[in-house]
Structures are given as structure tokens and as C-alpha cells.
Design a protein around this ligand. Sequence first.
Ligand SMILES: [Ca+2]
Ligand SMILES: [Ca+2]
Length: 238
Amino acid sequence: MARKFMFLLFCLFAIVGLTTVGCEVDGDGDADGTTSGSGDGTSGSTSGSTSGSTSGTTDTSGVTLNYYFVRVNDQSTNTTGQNPGADLDAVSITKAAGGERFYVTKVEEYSPVNTADISGVSILPDNILGAPTAFGTPFDPSAAGPGSDCSLADENFVATGGAGGYIIVSFGNAFVENGDTISVYEIGNCANGGNPDPVQVQVSVASSADGEWVTVFNAAAGPVMSGVAASLPVKTSN
Ligand SMILES: [Ca+2]
Ligand SMILES: [Ca+2]
């Protein structure tokens, strides 16, 4: 008796089990149909809103980028003795409109060469911040030129070590526009002496050293080497 009851119970479970499987199969089928239907609706509304927001982003791009970054490339072959290459006291931007003068507020990158020969004082990149210090303080721009004396004992400069060395700087909110003058104050070729060290000056809209740099001028000797920015390519965000 008990064995027959157990067999019937087994058959009952088997039938319930098959029914459940069948229902699940049907359920999946229904679920698939429902999902693909609502999926179509979702993809439709998603692509609509996405293309809408994308075109909105495109509207705000194309903004003109400013030339915030100035790079001084050391071109000097004077690589003997201590502090070889350019001895950079300061860099300035003088605006064509208004004549306001801006000095370096931040060193973005300092990449000297021949570092073993650069003194512990002259390897400090922040020595290039602010107004020049080797032409008397407070600094008077009219007192700095080819015929000017400079303080050859001034240690508030940064050495880039010769050709291959460079420094990238920025000027806070100030940037270079066509007509502006960039000046590099290099301790050398002063009326009272100092090794002249040639430099190349470039500008960019990005601080990255391997980015696109536009050459503004090359100069052979200081103590003040200046050039006027002209025909800078218009750069826009993409
Ligand atoms: Ca300085
Ligand atoms: Ca020099």
C-alpha cells in the first residue's frame, strides 16, 4: 500500500514539475516578446535624447583656446663650468593693448640638461617667478637692456643647462595674443659681463611638452631677449 502511495505521489510531483517547466517556457517566451517590444521603445527614446544632447555639446565646442603657456628652449652651447646654458631670471608678457606687464606665476615643467653642473640654488625652477631680480629692485623695465649692468652675483635665476634644456611657464589669467611682446631676462651679455646664452621662445594652448608649440622668436644674446607674437594659429576646442 505504502509503496503504491509513494508511486502515485511521485507521479503527482512529476506532473507538477512538467507543468512548471512548461509554464516557465511560456513565461520566457512572453517575457522575450515584452522585452523586445519595450526595448524597441527604449532604444528609440534613448537615441533621440542622446543625439539631442550630443548636438547640444557640439554647440558649445569650437571655443577659442588661449595661449597661456610659454616655453623657453635653451640653445646655448656654453656648457662648461658651473650653471651651464641659459641663466633665466624672469619671463614677461607685455600686452599690446594697454602695455600691462605680466610675470610668471607658475612653472609648468622644468627639464634641464647637464644637471650635475647646476648649483643647488640655480636648479630651483621657482627662481623664474615674478619680476627680474638681477637688474635692481624694484625692477624698472627701462633700466634693463643690452647696455645695462646686471647683478652677476644674483642667484635668483634658474639654469636650464644648455641646448636641450627647457622650461614651460604660465602667467595666471594672462595669455599671449598677437601683438603682445614676450621677454626673457637672461643673465649674460650685460654691460658688466656674463655669458650670452641664446634661447628659442614658443607658445602653446596646452602645457604638455610634446604638444603643439608655435615659435615666436629666437634670440642670440640678452640680457633682455624679446619678440612680438604674430600670426598665431587660431586653436579651438573640438
Ligand atoms: Ca629671478
Ligand atoms: Ca648667461
